[in-house]
Design a protein. Structure first.
Length: 93
């Protein structure tokens, strides 16, 4: 089954599903600044555009198309999107 997710007034949308027993989402973010919380470790692969990510205790880091950001479990992190960006996020156990 495919799950549809919408956040922050529709500025972030994704589709979620399972592949080989692991949950993942594929989504699009419109320009803006966002905060999200994690339950599991997240591997965010930028598939289009760029995004800047700030994890607790770190500095802002830019990720471009083809690069992967790893966000720890149980944290709140921030994103800055300057132009529309797309991603695939894998949730690790």
């Amino acid at each position: 089954m495919i799950k549809v997710n919408e956040y922050l007034g529709g500025k972030v949308k994704s589709l979620g599903a399972e592949y080989k027993g692991e949950y993942f989402t594929s989504g699009i973010m419109l320009p803006g600044e966002y905060k999200f919380s994690t339950e599991k470790e997240e591997h965010i692969v930028v598939t289009l555009g760029e995004m800047e990510i700030l994890v607790p205790g770190g500095a802002w880091k830019k990720y471009s198309q083809g690069e992967t950001a790893i966000v720890p479990a149980k944290v709140e992190f921030q994103l800055r999107i300057k132009e529309t960006a797309a991603y695939v996020c894998f949730y690790k156990s």
